[in-house]
Design a protein around this ligand. Structure first.
Ligand SMILES: Cc1ncc(COP(=O)(O)O)c(C=O)c1O
Length: 365
C-alpha cells in the first residue's frame, strides 16, 4: 500500500488507522449482519453510533449544556442560507433585524452572498486592498444597532488567514469554523452558533456540524420548508430525516482518534507547530518563498505561499507530485501554492514537504 502526502484543502487526509477500522467494519458491523451504510437509521446500532459521535463532539470541544449539536446535510454551504433564514429572517418574522458579515475572504463573501438573499445582511468590514492578507480587529468592524448576529469566518481556507481571537466585537457571533474546526478551544460565551463542514478536520464529506445555543434552536419561522428549520432538527436529535450515516460513523471514528491522541490541546499544539514548520521554511528561504499574510493572521491549517515566478511554481508542483506530495496547488482564484494541514494529516507529510521545499529552493537559487 502506498499512501501519498495529501495536502488537499478538503476532503482531508484521514489517519490510516481510522480508514482501516472503517474497512474492517464495512461489510458487517458489530455482529449486526449488515454494514452501517445498509442499516436503518432508527436501529439501536445506528442510534448508538449517532449519539456517540455527538457526545464525542461535546466532550472534545467542551460544549456547554445550553448548546445543541446538530448534524446536517448540505455542508457549510447550506448553512450559509439556513442560519440567516432561521436567526435573522427577512421581513416581519425576523422583526427586521439585520445580520452583520465580516467579509474577510472568499468564503465569508460566499456566506454573505447567500445571507443577502434571505435576510437584511450587511457588510460589517472588508479589506480595502485587492487581496485579503489580514483579519479585522474589533475596532475595525461596524456593527449596526439591533444586529441579530455578526458572522465571522475564523479561518479563510483560500487566503490562508486566521482570526487570532473573537473577543470584543460587540455582537453575538456566528462563526464558520470549517477550516479550523477542533484546532483551538472555543469561548462559547461569545457565540450563538459555530458551524462548518466536517470534511477538513473532522471526517469525510457529507456532513455539516453545527453548535447552536439551544434557545435559538427551539423555534424557527413557520414560512420555512421543513428541512431548513433548525427546530425540526433539534427536536429530532438530528434524525429528522435520513442522516448521512457513513459520514456520521466515520466522523465518530476520527473524533475517537483525536481523543486518544491528546484531544483538543494536542490538536491545537499540532496545528501551531506543523504550520510553524512550513512558515519557518518560508521565512528562512531568503525571500525565495513568500507568504503574503500579515504574521499575526497566518492560518494554522492552510499555509499559502508564492515562489519568484509562475514558472517556478509550476516546476515546484510537478516535482512535488513526483515525490508524492499532492494537492499543493493554490486555489484557482489566487494561484500560488497551498498546503492544507488538517488534524488527520501525518506529521511525516509536513516533514516531507519542508524537506522538499528546502531542496527545491537550493536547486533553483
Ligand atoms: C471556510 C469555509 N467555509 C465553507 C466552505 C464550504 O463548505 P461545504 O463544501 O461543506 O459546503 C468551505 C469549503 O472549503 C470553507 O473552507
Amino acid at each position: 500500500m502506498t499512501r501519498a502526502h495529501n495536502f488537499c484543502a478538503g476532503p482531508c487526509t484521514l489517519p490510516t488507522s481510522v480508514l482501516a477500522e472503517l474497512a474492517d467494519e464495512m461489510v458487517e458491523y458489530g455482529g449486526s449482519g449488515m454494514s452501517v451504510i445498509e442499516m436503518s437509521h432508527r436501529s439501536a446500532e445506528y442510534e448508538a453510533i449517532h449519539f456517540d459521535t455527538i457526545e464525542r463532539l461535546r466532550r472534545l470541544y467542551a460544549v456547554p449544556d445550553d448548546f445543541d449539536v446538530l448534524l446536517l446535510q448540505g455542508g457549510a454551504t447550506l448553512l450559509f442560507a439556513m442560519i440567516p433564514m432561521n436567526l435573522a429572517p427577512a421581513g416581519a418574522a425576523g422583526g427586521g433585524r439585520p445580520a452583520g458579515y465580516v467579509l474577510s475572504g472568499t468564503w465569508a463573501k460566499k456566506a454573505f452572498g447567500d445571507a443577502a438573499k434571505v435576510s437584511a445582511a450587511y457588510p460589517a468590514w472588508t479589506e480595502e486592498g485587492p487581496a485579503f492578507t489580514r483579519m479585522p480587529s474589533p475596532a475595525d468592524v461596524t456593527v449596526q444597532d439591533g444586529t441579530a448576529f455578526l458572522h465571522v469566518t475564523s479561518n479563510e481556507t483560500i487566503e490562508g488567514t486566521r482570526m487570532p481571537g473573537f473577543d470584543g466585537f460587540g455582537a453575538r457571533l456566528v462563526a464558520d469554523m470549517s477550516s479550523d474546526y477542533l484546532t483551538r478551544p472555543v469561548d462559547w460565551s461569545l457565540f450563538d452558533v459555530v458551524y462548518g463542514g466536517a470534511q477538513k478536520n473532522l471526517g469525510p464529506a457529507g456532513l455539516g456540524v453545527m453548535f447552536i445555543r439551544s434557545e435559538l434552536a427551539r423555534t424557527s419561522p413557520d414560512s420555512l420548508p421543513s428541512y431548513l428549520r433548525f427546530d425540526n432538527h433539534a427536536k429530532a436529535d438530528s434524525l429528522f430525516n435520513t442522516p448521512p450515516v457513513f459520514s456520521v460513523w466515520a466522523t465518530g471514528k476520527m473524533l475517537a482518534w483525536m481523543e486518544t491522541n491528546g484531544g483538543l490541546p494536542a490538536m491545537e499544539k499540532r496545528a501551531a507547530e506543523r504550520s510553524g514548520m512550513v512558515y519557518d521554511t518560508i521565512d528562512g528561504s531568503g525571500g525565495f518563498y513568500r507568504n503574503p499574510v500579515e504574521p499575526a493572521f497566518r492560518s494554522h491549517t492552510n499555509v499559502v505561499f508564492r515562489l519568484p515566478s509562475p514558472e517556478l511554481e509550476a516546476d515546484f508542483l510537478v516535482l512535488a507530485e513526483e515525490q508524492s506530495l499532492l494537492n499543493l496547488k493554490g486555489h484557482r482564484s489566487v494561484g500560488g501554492i497551498r498546503a492544507s494541514i488538517y488534524n488527520g494529516l501525518p506529521t511525516e507529510s509536513v516533514e516531507a514537504l519542508v524537506s522538499f521545499m528546502r531542496s527545491f529552493a537550493a536547486s533553483r537559487a
